[in-house]
Design a binder for this molecule. Structure first.
Ligand code: ADP
Ligand code: MG
Length: 339
């Protein structure tokens, strides 16, 4: 499968230095001596989850120690100069690298834990800044659009009287309505008429939920491409197709079917760029197949790997872990300017 974009040929700058990426905070971090057994922490609610258990397997296959930490059982202690984490009463120490798998329902707590680990000098894939950006769909779209990446035209508005103008600006009905924090297809709707749209907006605004309106990329109805980016390359990709009659969302969690595809180079390149702009080392990028080429719908920071591994046969967990080990064992740059 030719998923590696050709742009990769020249040596890329260190992850911490890439344009748009927040630097991995490297306070006092030293690369461990070569050959040392690493302690790889995986933040996850449950060790039995598919992605978590596959990551554990991959860490062990490298001969390193895997430590699954339930995010909500991490107690944080901040005091002058000595950030600490206690887990089941014990102080955590010696973690070489952390792989956060933060579910959308615990984003806030998860981010606090990742930030604490970063402040202890532990490199994180993904880092807290990237995770935080990825959890706000509008923030992501703003960053991608600003970087010149093709995204569906998107508006945010809060004034009912502006509705017709807003719909006009994104190409007319039907339009996609998205919650800023939705995931797995929940919180993504399609409105075919102004009546339908108004009732959706009334409901959302009454619940104090911000929404965005988005151009419906009709050519891509019921299907999209999920590309899994690790570092500078796409390690696996699949086309997802909705199987339920009338369903426009292709998420696997909504019953979508994943199939292996030969990823066009333009898709791979855009997926890698999108991950970089959001500041993610590991990203599940959703690309819509529009008549003018790939358009990015979304960038996920804790992408599930089950659907992709099953559809593509690619060992995605191994690719993620190998990248984490590379990052943990590379010497951090002497000074990482904040971007
Ligand atoms: P989620 O975080 O819930 O996965 P997405 O933004 O990825 O949210 O949208 C879910 C699905 O809806 C996508 O996988 C795609 O199939 C469909 N979709 C999203 N945005 C558009 C759009 N602008 N035009 C057409 N289909 C879309
Ligand atoms: Mg998605």
């Amino acid at each position: 499968m030719t998923t590696r974009p050709r742009a990769k040929a020249k040596k890329s700058p260190s992850p911490a230095r890439r344009k748009g990426a927040r630097p991995v905070k490297t306070r006092k971090r030293k690369a461990p001596p070569p050959g040392e057994r690493l302690k790889v922490a995986i933040l996850s609610r449950k060790a039995s989850l598919y992605s978590t258990s596959r990551l554990v397997e991959a860490v062990r296959a490298h001969g390193h120690e895997a430590l699954v930490l339930d995010t909500l059982r991490c107690d944080l202690l901040a005091e002058k100069g000595r950030p600490k984490i206690y887990y089941e009463g014990e102080e955590l120490s010696g973690i070489s690298v952390v792989l956060p798998r933060i579910g959308a329902s615990i984003t806030r707590y998860g981010l606090a834990v990742v930030r604490q680990l970063e402040s202890m000098g532990v490199p994180a894939l993904n880092g807290s800044d990237g995770i935080s950006r990825s959890r706000d769909k509008l923030r992501c779209i703003q960053l991608l659009a600003q970087a010149g990446i093709d995204v569906p035209r998107t508006v945010m508005m809060r004034e009912r009287a502006h509705l017709e103008g807003a719909v006009d600006r994104i190409g007319g009905l039907p339009v996609i309505v998205k919650l800023l924090q939705g995931t797995q297809g929940v919180g993504v709707m399609l409105a075919h008429s102004f009546d339908e749209l108004e009732s959706m907006l009334d409901t959302m605004w009454n619940l104090e939920q911000e929404i965005l309106l988005q151009e419906f990329v009709a050519e891509s109805r019921g299907r999209d491409v999920r590309a899994l980016v690790v570092g500078d390359r796409v390690v696996g990709a699949m086309r997802r197709t909705a199987r339920v009659q009338g369903e426009f969302r292709s998420n696997i969690h909504r019953g979508g079917l994943g199939e292996l595809i030969e990823l066009p180079e333009s898709f791979a390149r855009e997926a890698v760029r999108a991950a970089r702009v959001v500041g993610l080392e590991v990203a599940g990028v959703d690309l819509l197949e529009s008549s003018s080429g790939p358009r990015i719908a979304e960038v996920n920071s804790s992408p599930g790997i089950e659907g992709l591994e099953r559809a593509s046969g690619v060992d995605v967990a191994e690719a993620i872990v190998a990248h984490a080990i590379r990052l943990a064992t590379s010497t951090p740059p002497p000074h990482s300017p904040r971007s």
